[in-house]
Design a protein around this ligand. Structure first.
Ligand code: SAH
Length: 274
């Protein structure tokens, strides 16, 4: 049954404030599930299952699915719609308050058509945590997908912080008309493969991200000025940037992941000596 009919039957209206835009096209749902390259042994975390259309696809292949839904009105629908599946665990709650290490004791993948109002917060919550997924397949606003997968000179704090943890790519576009209710903009499926971390030798994630955040702290300012936020003076930074082979006048948006890694390795001794 179409999500619209289903909600009507329960006397419900979609909540814009919770980012409710439902998918029902079987081909699109199958494509999202296929993008996660699901294997029979995979465990999946789904964020915002809605009325369970994607959940069903995921549960057909994966060994188990944990689906976290915030809207209590949808829980009875999910229970009824997924009653025939014994490998789905429904959790009523806010994804940002769930600790993945309590939900999974081994590897897991995240697959979700996420509520767009908290895309950034969801990424931070899952990527900064200690028990990260091995793969994330997220349907997000197309513009956000483009920002996540950007290349120099269009990098941003979001792009660097996602690409530091894995290989990110846009796996497909979903037109606005495929959703009900229809959102204002098109969406894209983003695939982040965390098994392909570009610089696995950088183990101090916090220190690396501290550097990157400082670099992006003020838009369009030169790197050398922004990095002073780390407590190093201009002279020290000039020397460090020179050693790293990075022009001190460049802006953070123009640095590649490899350049951030080099800068980190060069700067780290000065930072930890503070
Ligand atoms: N996956 C469904 C629904 C997507 S709409 C589909 O593709 O059709 C986004 C869903 O996320 C809604 O069901 C909404 O209620 C839920 N949601 C919103 N904020 C949430 C949060 N903080 N934690 C968990 N789920 C949330």
């Amino acid at each position: 049954m179409h999500p619209k009919q289903l909600l009507e039957r329960y006397g419900l209206m979609p909540k814009k404030s919770l980012g409710q835009n439902f998918l029902s096209d079987e081909n699109i749902l199958a494509r999202i599930a296929a993008t996660a390259d699901l294997q029979p042994a995979d465990r999946v975390l789904e964020i915002g299952p809605g009325v369970g259309t994607l959940t069903r696809h995921l549960a057909q292949t994966a060994v188990s699915v944990v689906a976290v839904e915030l809207d209590d009105r949808l829980l009875p629908i999910l229970q009824a719609e997924l009653a025939d599946l014994n490998n789905v665990r429904l959790i009523h709650g806010d994804i940002l308050e769930q600790d993945p290490s309590r939900l999974f004791d081994g590897p897991y993948k995240v697959v979700a058509n996420v509520p767009y109002y908290i895309t950034g917060a969801i990424l931070r919550h899952l990527l900064d945590g200690t028990h990260k997924p091995t793969m994330m397949v997220l349907t997000v606003q197309k513009e956000v997908a483009e920002r996540i997968t950007a290349v120099p000179p269009q990098m941003s704090l979001l792009a660097v912080s996602v690409q530091f943890y894995g290989q990110a790519e846009i796996a497909g576009i979903i037109k606005a008309g495929a959703f009900w209710p229809r959102p204002d903009v098109d969406s894209a499926i983003v695939r982040i493969d965390l098994t392909k971390r570009p610089f696995p030798n950088i183990q101090n994630e916090r220190a690396f991200m501290r550097l990157v955040r400082a670099g992006f702290s003020q838009k369009r300012k030169q790197l050398r000025n922004n990095l002073q936020a780390l407590g190093l003076n201009k002279k020290q930074l000039t020397a460090i940037l020179d050693k790293a082979g990075i022009d001190a006048r460049r802006r953070a948006e123009t640095l590649s992941l490899a350049e951030w890694a080099t800068l980190y390795e060069t700067l780290w001794p000065a930072l930890s000596a503070q």
